[in-house]
Design a binder for this molecule. Structure first.
Ligand code: THU
Length: 157
């Protein structure tokens, strides 16, 4: 028997002003996208912004439904739009911001498992790392690839 360890590294920033310019753009877009969240059940507003390889930014927000599973997270709303409308462009960054009543959570809202799996697949499809930027009100966490938030990614098919 051998004990193994999985280690991840990420960067923490205390303000979006500290981010490199392209990261700041995508982070700001994610924050703005929280305004279009439709969350009458949870009251939790999430915005996501995907930057494509050509610099275009596509946003999404969580969209809830009375038949609960029919709703969709912000990240998948944005990624599925990008996949549907810009199928040939790799998604190189995704930023996510979440909060309530117009106030971002201090620590970043982190993506659900299903969204991580979808990120993993679009990262593989694009053939290059997709950076993940999680935007909180007091802290911002940046991961250089989806693998860092989804160790042991399912990619066997
Ligand atoms: N939500 C997202 O949009 N992204 C996530 O990764 C986690 C959760 C949404 C789903 C639901 O509308 C609300 O946040 C509360 O769970």
């Amino acid at each position: 028997m051998t004990n193994k360890e999985i280690k991840i590294t990420y960067s923490e920033y205390s303000s979006i002003d500290e981010l490199p310019a392209q990261d700041r753009l995508v982070a700001e877009a994610a924050i703005s996208a929280t305004a279009s969240s439709y969350a009458p059940y949870s009251g939790f507003n999430v915005g996501a912004a995907v930057m494509l390889e050509d610099g275009e930014i596509i946003t999404g927000s969580n969209q809830e439904n009375a038949a609960y599973p029919s709703g969709l997270c912000a990240e998948r709303t944005a990624m599925f739009y990008a996949g549907a409308h810009r199928p040939d462009k790799a998604m190189v960054k995704i930023a996510i911001a979440g909060g309530q009543n117009g106030v971002l959570c201090s620590d970043p809202a982190t993506p659900c498992g299903a969204c991580r799996q979808v990120m993993a697949q679009y990262q593989a499809r694009g053939g290059r790392p997709m950076e993940v930027i999680l935007v909180g009100g007091e802290r911002i966490w940046k991961f250089s690839k989806v693998d860092d938030i989804l160790p042991l990614i399912f990619d066997s098919l």
